[in-house]
Design a protein around this ligand. Structure first.
Ligand code: NDP
Ligand SMILES: O=C1O[C@H](COP(=O)(O)O)[C@@H](O)[C@H](O)[C@H]1O
Length: 492
């Protein structure tokens, strides 16, 4: 491997450098890039936080995080030495303009480098940090700002943050991250659709019955309870990751794989979503909260126990039915669900095709279903096409569902990079194809908003579910009303 193409020497400045995201994801991603020799020699990482830490303290903190979170791919001493030489720590409070002048002093020593300000803090600090960076005079032409999700808590606050950031940065300098877009399999979804001639001709309401998107987690809130209890599954996962996946499945082929064309097409999908009335929210959405249960034979606490609180109306599970109102997708429901403390960790997109128009093999009598394309995002990344085949034998024609299976780990034997590795380097490059544009983000909030409002007013009951199940009964009922069932990731 050699230095990643188009990556110029950079200063990577992480606000929230002591936080969970930085320690668990960002630093390991940068270290992975170091191990792969993708980072230019003259590039440094400056972590910022309010904690009073020496450089050595901070380096020890990052090392412990990398050892823990890169356990499957241990790094060498030489890689660690090269990486840790790049690291420094500066105590900085977003409220303190003087701290930003100290940052400026450091940055002024390396004026010619690309500057990436990565905001891994709560989004209510974004506007203030942008203003402080401007006041300190550290925003150059070659500066990018990366904004973590969720950006805002609803449409109004998202617009407000966008306005605040827009005061100091041009849109092409702003990188709104959704780490799902950096996942290899999510990018592969675009390649599957637009790099093969096979799928596009069948990718429409004439051939497709329905689409399911599931992001199931076994973990609970894992020490992020303060954040999570104000956010919930709808803001934490649905508004961003699952909506982005829906866009990638539903969008028209862009003319080019570039930042404007791809994002224009995703925006069109969001604008085509059928708006939800109060009655729709009651009928087409489900909110749940996990109770004590068991996963893989181990007892798991309930959400209230995890947070050590007596009461909360925050959802840890969300499911909904969306409809894309355009020529391609008319009449095709998109079912989306996500939740914590579910039976298994898996993320997948299931394209359910329609049955053959005229059955000659008496499929129904044999329980044979129509074709299904299962795009497995994680774990065991791959693609499975469920086909109907003849069981070998001289007797009559007996049918069986069989998978055509493409496992990425079998075919591509190299390590599959973490989403943040790709996205961080894309931000350095200034390539925002895999980041959300302002209009896209706001369109997504606008569609979700009626659900947020109705749930806030308790118009949809918060249904409990046992940890280790696949969510509340109401989620099964959402599908059953349409004579469908969730695909729980276990069939052939
Ligand atoms: N953790 C995760 O898995 C994910 C997180 N995110 C998003 O990333 C962001 C950060 O999340 P996470 O790391 O979990 O949060 P944490 O609470 O773990 O970390 C917050 C960070 O912000 C810093 N901070 C807080 N207030 C200030 C301030 N006034 N001035 C300067 N720094 C400040 C803290 O510094 P210190 O403690 O030193 O004061 C700390 O480094 C959030 O927006 C979250 O939604 C997105 C996807 C996944
Ligand atoms: O953004 C988030 O994503 C993680 C799930 O990410 P994955 O890459 O492990 O699928 C989720 O746990 C977290 O709550 C959320 O903020």
């Amino acid at each position: 491997m050699s230095i990643a193409l188009g990556v110029k020497p950079f200063e990577f400045v992480v606000f929230g450098g002591t936080g969970d995201l930085a320690i668990r994801k960002l630093m390991p991603a940068l270290l992975f890039s170091e191990c792969d020799k993708r980072l230019p020699e003259e590039s440094d990482i400056i972590a910022l936080g309010r904690s009073d830490l020496s450089r050595d303290d901070y380096i020890a903190m990052v090392r412990a995080g990398c050892v823990k979170h890169m356990a499957d791919y241990p790094f060498s001493d030489a890689d660690w030495d090269a990486f840790s030489r790049r690291l420094s720590y500066l105590q900085l409070d977003a409220d303190n303009g003087h701290d930003f002048l100290k940052l400026k002093e450091i940055l002024d020593r390396r004026r010619d480098r690309v500057r990436v300000f990565y905001l891994a803090t709560h989004s209510d600090l974004f506007g203030k940090i942008g203003d402080q960076l401007h006041a300190a005079g550290v925003i150059t032409d070659e500066t990018r700002i990366v904004l973590e999700k969720p950006l805002g808590m609803d449409l109004a606050t998202a617009k407000q943050v966008n306005e605040q950031i827009g005061r100091n940065f041009r849109e092409d300098q702003i990188f709104r991250i959704d780490h799902y877009l950096g996942k290899e399999t999510v990018q592969n979804l675009m390649v599957l659709r637009f790099g093969n001639s096979l799928f596009e001709p069948v990718w429409h309401h004439g051939m497709i019955d329905s689409v399911q998107i599931t992001v199931a987690e076994t973990i609970g809130v894992e020490g992020r309870g303060d954040y999570y209890d104000k956010s919930g599954a709808l803001r934490d996962m649905m508004q961003n990751h699952l909506m982005q996946l829906l866009c990638l499945v539903a969008m028209e082929p862009p003319a080019h794989f570039d930042q404007d064309d791809v994002r224009d097409e995703k925006l069109k999908v969001l604008k085509s979503l059928r708006p939800l009335s109060d009655a729709d929210v009651a009928d087409k959405t489900v909110r749940g909260q996990y109770e004590p249960g068991a996963i893989g034979g181990l007892a798991t606490p309930g959400y209230l126990d995890d947070l050590a609180i007596g009461e909360s109306q925050t959802e840890t599970f969300a499911a909904l039915k969306a409809e894309v109102e355009n020529w391609r997708w008319t009449g095709v429901p998109f079912y989306l669900r996500t939740g914590k403390r579910l039976r298994r960790k898996f993320s997948e997109i299931v394209i359910q095709f329609k049955p053959v128009p005229h059955p000659i093999f008496n499929q129904a009598a044999r329980g044979i279903k129509a074709n299904r394309l299962i795009i497995r995002l994680q774990p065991d990344e791959g693609i499975k096409l469920i086909m109907t085949s003849k069981v070998p034998g001289p007797g009559g024609i007996r049918l069986q569902q069989t998978p055509l299976n493409l496992s990425f780990s079998d075919v591509f034997r190299s390590r599959s990079p973490e989403a943040y590795e790709r996205l961080i380097l894309d931000a350095v490059r200034g390539n925002s194809t895999l980041f959300m544009r302002r209009d896209e983000l706001e369109a997504s909030w606008a569609w979700i908003e009626p659900i947020l409002d109705a749930w806030q007013e308790d118009q949809v009951e918060l249904s409990p579910y046992q940890g280790g199940t696949m969510g509340p009964n109401a989620s099964t009922a959402l599908m059953a009303r349409d004579n469908r069932t969730w695909h729980d990731g276990e069939e052939t």
